[in-house]
Ligand binder design. Structure first.
Ligand code: XMP
Length: 511
């Protein structure tokens, strides 16, 4: 499978993944690579165009990131965004000036719509500007194609060489029609035809997996999460019964979740699935443990042990399937730390599973593309759009010691909350929502009886990156319904509270 390619040179800007996604939204395949990629590698990849991203550095810094200057001799179109434009400017003989003050915000930009980059645009367009330095004089051979009162060179072009620079960010939603700037670069300047489509991805991936794996055997740890599910179905479509999936059900999943996973993969797809029910084993290991990090560690380790034991029964396999996706690849590949992810991964790679090679069928896809692929493959929508669920499961939503009774209480309360959120049509706007069994007991009154029972906390957040988030303003009538259903339907709960803290300072999970 060889698609037209746009290379995105990463100079450290916060929107770099977004640029890659926007390019793909325009049906052109894109890859993010480090800014210092060698000229040989670039030539090997044969890109149709190159984009320099923005970045926090200043071209005046001693160790500011620079690409190999020979990149300008390749005859490949280049679009420099923000820092990328400034770097292009100083490298090609123009000048960049230091500003005293950072310009930030959506600004009306006066543009030259005779430039191919702005084809179809009005003379003024609102774009997001975010910069300190600015281009004072454009390099020889370039002309100005955009300006604002405080940034006279907000855009430049060298039409003959197909080099373009823009000081604003077309990739963010705040930039009106920003995607059309990217589209113009791809289609008008790089002359792409647009041959990247998710539906053809799935078909071609299945074909190439079939060729690669042939009649050898593969093993996959299925969690019921989106990534491992899509990876498993792709492999299954490629090699059928030569794929074995192991689903370690630690008993800490949400109500009915284990059965739902089994139903989809065994019945709908007829996948070779081994479900290992080991609730008792996990509960025993967790007995008396109250420290959240200890809970995580125990569950992560035990998960691996169970997986290894099952894998041993199968014997040697040729391939181990991993649900790695593109953001993980970019983060680790570019040497940035992925601390949040790694401690969140359930256990990582098993040490003692006998396999020859890892296969990662989703390593080129962004999350939204993984979801589209899942739908394309016929995976049910509720699984494809499943909210994130932590590997250690409900264990970190029961504060303190975990018992089977507490697990049951939490499963019921959480199920009611999720049901009512869906009934209210809020499940697509709230990114994560769940119930927590606090360790707090308080006095209540039911009928004429005094009760002394548990408090359930409800948590719901809106976020895009899960690193920060705000608590969701769920309408009072929905909260009221959830609260009254929980205290009426779930035994041993007599109080429900709503968590109104954002992240930071609180985290999304309570433990
Ligand atoms: P926090 O609580 O750190 O959560 O704000 C951020 C996101 O990460 C998920 N999370 C985990 N996922 N193992 C996981 O696989 C974990 O130990 C873990 N802890 C938190 C959390 O659900 C949220 O989506």
């Amino acid at each position: 499978m060889k698609n037209e390619l746009i290379l995105i040179l990463d100079f450290g800007g916060q929107y770099n993944q977004l640029i890659a996604r926007r390019v793909r939204e325009c049906n052109v395949y894109s890859e993010v690579v480090p800014f210092d990629i060698s000229i040989e590698k670039i030539k090997e990849k044969k890109p149709k165009g190159i984009i320099f991203t923005g970045g926090p550095a200043s071209v005046f810094g001693d160790d500011s990131p620079k690409c190999d200057n020979k990149i300008f001799d390749l005859g490949i179109p280049i679009l420099g965004i923000c820092y990328g434009m400034q770097l292009m400017t100083v490298t090609l003989g123009g000048t960049v000036e230091k500003a005293n003050k950072r310009e930030y915000g959506v600004t009306s930009v006066n543009i030259d719509n005779n430039s191919l980059l702005f084809k179809g645009f009005n003379s003024f367009n609102n774009f997001l500007m975010s910069h300190t330095d600015f281009v004072e004089t454009v390099p020889e051979g370039f002309k100005n194609i955009a300006s604002t009162p405080s940034c006279p060179n907000a855009g430049m072009e060298n039409k003959e060489k197909n080099f373009y620079g823009i000081q604003f960010h077309p990739e963010v939603v705040h930039s009106e029609n920003g995607i059309n700037v990217i589209r113009n670069f791809l289609y008008e300047i790089c002359k792409c035809t647009g041959d990247w489509e998710i539906s053809s991805f799935a078909k071609e991936k299945i074909k190439s997996l079939k060729e690669k794996i042939g009649d050898k055997k593969a093993l996959c740890a299925l969690s019921g999460g989106v990534d491992s599910s899509v990876a498993a179905v792709l492999l299954h479509k490629a090699i059928g019964k030569n794929l074995t999936c192991i689903f370690v059900d630690h008993g800490l999943l949400r109500k009915n979740e284990g059965n739902e996973v089994e139903e989809v993969f065994k019945k709908q797809f007829d996948i070779n699935l081994i479900r290992v029910n080991c609730k008792a084993r996990f509960l025993q290991k967790l007995d008396g443990i109250t420290d959240p990090e200890k809970k995580r560690k125990i569950i992560g380790e035990e998960f691996i042990r169970v997986f290894e034991e099952e894998a041993k029964k199968i014997g040697t396999v040729d391939y181990l399937v991993q649900g790695t996706i593109y953001p993980d690849v970019i983060e680790s590949g570019l040497g940035k730390s992925a601390v949040i992810k790694s401690h969140h991964n359930v256990g990582g790679l098993p040490d003692y599973v006998d396999f020859k090679e890892i296969v990662e069928p989703l390593r080129d896809l962004f999350k939204d593309e993984v979801r589209k692929t899942g739908l394309e493959l016929g995976i049910p929508e509720n699984l494809v759009y499943r909210q994130p669920f932590p590997g250690p499961g409900l264990a970190i939503r029961i504060i303190g010691n975990i018992t089977e009774d507490k697990l049951n209480i939490l499963k019921e309360a959480d199920s009611i909350f999720r049901e009512e959120i869906a009934n209210a049509g809020l499940h697509k706007t709230i990114n994560q929502y769940f119930a927590v069994l606090t360790n707090l007991k308080s006095v209540g009154v039911m009928g004429d009886e005094r009760t002394y029972d548990y408090t359930i906390a409800l948590r719901a957040v809106e976020t895009t990156d899960f690193m920060t988030g705000v608590w969701s303003k769920i309408p009072y009538d929905v909260l009221e319904k959830v609260s009254s259903r929980i205290v009426n339907e779930v035994e041993h709960v007599n109080r429900v509270v709503y968590d109104i803290t954002s992240k930071p300072p609180a985290t999304i999970e309570w433990e």
